[in-house]
Ligand binder design. Structure first.
Ligand SMILES: Cc1cc2nc3c(=O)[nH]c(=O)nc-3n(C[C@H](O)[C@H](O)[C@H](O)COP(=O)(O)OP(=O)(O)OC[C@H]3O[C@@H](n4cnc5c(N)ncnc54)[C@H](O)[C@@H]3O)c2cc1C
Length: 362
């Protein structure tokens, strides 16, 4: 067995940080298995498919609607994705709608930072990265328990169904819920990774502030002619914060006009306080509108636990935690963090190989 094959790494999560990390490791010759609890890739950049009563399939970007990039190393990657046809610029001006005056205003000026979207859906980037050669992706596999085998110096993974998922030299967790007791609140299960195993890493994760957000997905047979912009924020609304016309993004179907509306965090918190962490009833959430809804959690702006290091990393146990919460609460921060973890593991792998070669020479 070659040294690279023996250095197997498990990546938990196929959001953009996990997907970037996994594909970067694979490109460096490191064997990667990626586990994702959801049916498909993307995490908070995923796309939702819904069928109408008459059988029409509708696609919605129900997490991040777009992203912008300012850091050169991230931009380099985004340009590569653009060349591969995974990403395109969304050239729409954004505006705002004031609930007091009931008017649209503040049409955004040209020349602000570019808005990128995955094409044909926001999940396209993660999908392509998870399919890259050298990445073995397993969807619909939720990790329930992670153990450190002290004598073997390996990480052992078990699914929530009790299935043994293998042993790995390195471990990357790209979701804070891997150690957070918040997961117990939502599922009744203990967090997969015992905080005592990686105390220095995990303590920082425990009190990360996150806010809930309801997503409303709407489809119209005809274009909404009275709305002058394709994306806008709401002013003076306690319920809605943003609206994005999904069908105006590049490479989307225009068979219907599709909008995605984001609630304010305060509204979502209020509904959750009334009905718990389950889908609210039609009556509670909305009266009279046909809607599809989904609930996502969003990090609060400013939340970042490792802005310099960009990830949490324990060299001795070869375990890393990455994600937007390490750098900045957006797609760019998540990409930056995924790249940082790949670099740490690559260095660890290289120094291990170097030691092995030296021993062979003795
Ligand atoms: C409503 C909303 C609007 C947003 N708007 C913007 C925006 O305009 N611009 C912008 O740049 N960003 C925006 N963001 C933020 C952006 O989506 C995130 O910063 C980014 O997608 C986070 O990526 P990540 O890889 O860190 O985490 P995630 O995408 O959350 O990935 C973590 C993955 O780990 C998986 N996982 C968790 N536990 C387990 C387990 N036990 N076993 C296996 N898998 C597991 C999860 O299913 C998930 O897929 C928005 C987010 C939301 C929710």
């Amino acid at each position: 067995m070659s040294s690279s094959a023996a250095f197997k790494v498990a990546v938990l999560g196929s959001g953009i940080s996990g997907a970037v990390c996994a594909s970067t490791l694979a490109r460096n010759g490191i064997s990667v298995t990626l586990f994702e609890s959801a049916r498909g890739p993307g995490g908070r950049m995923s796309q939702r498919r819904e069928k109408t009563e008459d059988g029409m399939e509708l696609h919605f970007d129900h997490g991040a609607p777009f992203f912008s990039v300012s850091k050169s190393e991230v931009l380099h990657l985004v340009h590569e994705w653009e060349t591969r046809g995974l990403v395109a610029e969304w050239k729409e001006n954004f505006g705002s709608f004031d609930f007091h005056t009931l008017k649209f205003n503040n049409a955004e000026q040209e020349g602000l930072s570019k808005k990128y979207v995955g094409v044909p859906g926001m999940n396209s980037i993660c999908k392509a990265l998870c399919n890259e050669s050298g990445v073995e992706s397993k969807f619909g596999v939720a990790i329930g328990r992670i153990e450190w085998l002290h004598d073997e110096k390996l990480w052992s993974l078990t699914g929530v169904d009790g299935k043994n998922l293998g042993q790995f030299k390195g471990l990357v967790a790209s979701d804070k819920n891997i150690v957070s007791p918040r997961i117990t609140e939502a599922t009744g299960r203990s967090p997969p990774l015992d905080i005592k195993l990686v105390t220095e890493l995990s303590e920082k994760l425990l009190n990360l502030p996150v806010k809930p957000c309801f997503i409303v997905m709407l489809a119209f047979a005809e274009p909404l002619a009275t709305i002058p912009v394709k994306a806008f924020s709401f002013e003076n609304s306690k319920v809605l914060s943003q609206a994005y016309c999904d069908s105006s993004k590049p490479s989307r179907s225009t068979a219907s006009e599709r909008w995605v509306l984001h609630s304010t965090a305060e509204y979502a918190e209020d509904i959750i306080a009334q009905s718990g962490l389950k889908k609210p009833s039609d009556i509670t959430l909305n009266k009279g509108l046909t809607y599809l809804n989904h609930f996502l959690r969003k990090l609060i702006d400013g939340a970042s636990i490792a802005p310099e290091e960009k990830c949490l990393w324990d060299r001795n146990k070869r375990v890393a935690i990455c994600g937007d919460f390490c750098v900045s609460p957006n797609v760019e921060g998540a990409i930056d963090s995924g790249l940082a973890v790949a670099l740490r593991l690559k260095d660890s792998h290289n120094s291990r190989r170097h030691k092995e070669r030296q021993q062979e020479l003795v």
